[in-house]
Design a protein around this ligand. Structure first.
Ligand code: PFF
Length: 438
């Protein structure tokens, strides 16, 4: 379970959630996102862990084994394969942002942000993301860190790290939230984040909220499925899924309350995009007492959170390479990490030489390939795989298997109702909304 928390809690909560909420108007996005976590995310998390625990193999092979057992189509494992590719793509840009976080550890520790203005922080950020060589060094370091742990086969170190990481992260976020309480803009941030205004919220916002529920809970690409395959038979899956989702959501909400009062206090645009975290928090660290220490520790923890997530992004592909190509674990990790590193170059250059804008779902995206890969994974691949997993878990897996894993009590019944009807309906509605059918 600690590994699952490590996978879920990451850049998605602290970096991505705030900028998505900002770009999609605040409250309405947050409400739909919370709904998606509760209605789609938790049942799917249970389904993935359950399938993994029963299949005991990598996502593709677990699905194949269970499909055979249920005398179902041999196409089901395709969902695992699509998820595996999505994981590789996500890791490629995740590592670039992990690199930003690494760079910010050094920048904060060196005192660069002492007394910084919002404009100064924005300039420092632009200086970093427009410098491909520097980004390349950090991206490479982040991938190497991830590969190193993956080669050694996760487990105990990862669990110890998560035990320390989560409380420390919550405390540091609370420090920034506490600092913001006096800024005079806290209420404005609360209002922005929690008062839904559906006037400017449409299908595209709903798709991003749904996609982010997948991203933040590490669903739709097999990470939770594979952690389920390592889970002891007696562990209570629903209770663990609930705990993972609650902790994950708590951290995202705290990140929002850490960032948005600073946005309003400094007259910044909530919808400024992926740089939001990196242009707001340094201003707080630059002015609070002991800010250099607090800030350095914060970015260190952010790196650690990103690291424990990145490991889980690599795991399904690595396990598949070991099982199907009979590669050694170290070779599999090297191959998968190299592919992610290479593809990462595309995102890395999206902020400078290869920058371009495009329109998707009525919204302009400014960060070229980086945004395109995000739309492809969070907006399309993860929800599509999620839909397949829901149909597989709800309609294909024999009841004796799911009841054997979850018991015959009310929780099992509730899960079955959700996974058969609610989850497919919710995902289909959002997809159809995007196509303009409804
Ligand atoms: N859940 C991670 C985050 O919120 O940062 C990102 C992630 C990790 C997505 C693992 C998908 C995944 F399989």
């Amino acid at each position: 379970m600690l590994a699952a928390v490590g996978s879920a809690v990451g850049l998605g909560n602290i970096w991505k959630f705030p900028y998505l909420a900002g770009a999609n108007g605040g409250g309405a996005f947050v409400l739909v996102y919370l709904l998606c976590v509760a209605v789609v995310g938790i049942p799917l998390l249970i389904a993935e862990v359950l399938i993994g625990r029963h299949g005991r193999l990598s996502p593709v092979n677990s699905l194949a084994r269970l499909a055979r057992k249920a005398h179902a189509s041999h196409l089901w494992p395709l969902a695992g394969a699509v998820g595996m590719v999505a994981g590789l793509i996500i890791l490629s840009f995740y590592s670039v942002i992990g690199g930003w976080a690494l760079a910010y550890v050094v920048r904060t520790a060196s005192g660069l942000f002492v007394d910084v203005t919002a404009e100064g922080a924005a300039n420092i950020f632009q200086g970093l993301i427009r410098d491909p060589e520097r980004l390349l060094a950090w991206h490479t370091l982040f991938i190497l860190m991830t590969a190193l742990v993956a080669v050694r086969g996760v487990r105990s170190g990862l669990e110890q790290a998560v035990r320390l990481l989560v409380p420390a992260l919550i405390i540091l976020l609370l420090v920034v939230v506490g600092y913001n309480l006096n800024s005079g803009h806290f209420m404005q941030a609360l209002d922005f984040l929690f008062r839904p205004d559906f006037d400017r919220f449409g299908a595209n916002g709903a798709l991003q909220a749904l996609g982010h529920a997948f991203f933040t809970l590490s669903l739709g690409m097999g990470a939770m499925l594979i952690y389920g395959s390592y889970l002891p038979a007696a562990a209570p899956i629903p209770r663990m899924a609930l705990a993972v989702a609650l902790l994950d959501t708590l951290i995202a909400m705290l990140a929002g309350l850490a960032i948005f009062p600073l946005v309003f206090a400094n007259d910044l645009a909530p919808g400024s995009g992926p740089g939001l975290l990196f242009t707001t928090l340094p201003v707080a660290f630059g002015h609070m007492p002991g800010g250099t220490y607090v800030g350095t520790l914060f970015f260190l923890l952010l790196v650690l959170a990103a690291w424990t997530s990145a490991i889980s992004l690599l795991e399904p592909l690595v396990a598949w390479l070991v099982e199907n190509l009979r590669l050694q674990r170290s070779r599999s990790v090297t191959l998968a990490a190299f592919l992610a590193w290479l593809l990462g170059l595309v995102s890395l250059l999206s902020f400078s030489r290869w920058a371009f804008s495009f329109r998707f779902g009525g919204q302009v995206r400014h960060n070229g390939w980086f945004d395109a890969l995000d739309v492809l994974t969070s907006g399309i691949m993860l929800p599509a795989v999620g839909l397949a997993i829901a149909l597989f878990g709800g309609w294909v897996l024999p009841r004796r298997i799911t009841a054997g894993e979850l018991g015959n009590g009310p929780v099992g019944h509730l899960w079955r109702l959700a996974i058969r009807y609610l989850v497919p309906l919710a995902i289909a509605t959002v997809f159809l909304g995007m196509t303009g059918v409804i």
